[in-house]
Design a protein around this ligand. Structure first.
Ligand SMILES: N[C@@H](CCC(=O)N[C@@H](CS)C(=O)NCC(=O)O)C(=O)O
Length: 176
């Protein structure tokens, strides 16, 4: 398994964390986002990371997470119950409105409802959603310097006891 990856990229972080949670070994191929190699467009026409290749080449972080769960069922990310699976997928499908749009608006200095989004973040129920959202929660705290609401701070503290999340925190703190 290869992961075409960029340390700064929170979408890549979803996949790094998912691979770690599932206990899957992989080779990391670093992609310089400021000077993207031409070959990345052969793997993903949009030129974006993450992309995985386990013999099957796949971009799109949320789709990759689902593929990993389907292809490597051990240590599942999604719950078993069909309704719970649908609810989890819905939260990730709505990532932009639940967090992404306001996170990036805040980062640009535009009007943003980031505090409200953080208050209402649908984390703490299942691993799939938690993995999909935690890269931005980590970056909100560590890179944007925003204090997390108590519930979210407590959730992140607990989640960071897992090696996958501790590793992502260390990586983000090393980025400066
Ligand atoms: N929808 C994609 C978004 C991936 C994405 O935006 N990756 C960024 C890095 S964080 C990227 O490759 N940007 C390069 C570009 O936009 O050209 C996913 O979920 O994987």
């Amino acid at each position: 398994m290869k992961l075409y990856d960029a340390g700064r990229c929170p979408f890549c972080a979803r996949v790094r964390i998912a691979l770690a949670e599932k206990g899957l070994d992989y080779e990391r191929v670093d992609v310089d986002l400021r000077n993207r190699p031409a070959w990345i467009y052969e793997l993903n026409p949009s030129g974006k990371v993450p992309v995985i290749d386990d013999g099957f080449v796949l971009p799109e972080s949320a789709v990759i997470m689902e593929y990993l769960d389907d292809a490597y069922p051990e240590n599942p990310l999604l719950p078993r119950d069909p309704k719970a699976r649908a609810v989890a997928r819905k939260s990730v499908f709505r990532f932009d409105e639940l967090l992404g749009d306001d996170y990036y608006a805040y980062r640009r200095g535009d009007a943003s409802e980031l505090p409200e989004r953080l208050e209402q973040l649908p984390v703490g129920t299942d691993l799939f959603v938690d993995v999909a959202f935690v890269p931005w929660v980590i970056r909100t705290k560590e890179m944007l310097g925003v204090e997390l609401p108590d519930r979210l701070a407590a959730w992140l503290d607990r989640f960071a006891e897992r090696p996958s999340i501790a590793a992502e925190l260390t990586l983000v703190r090393s980025l400066g």
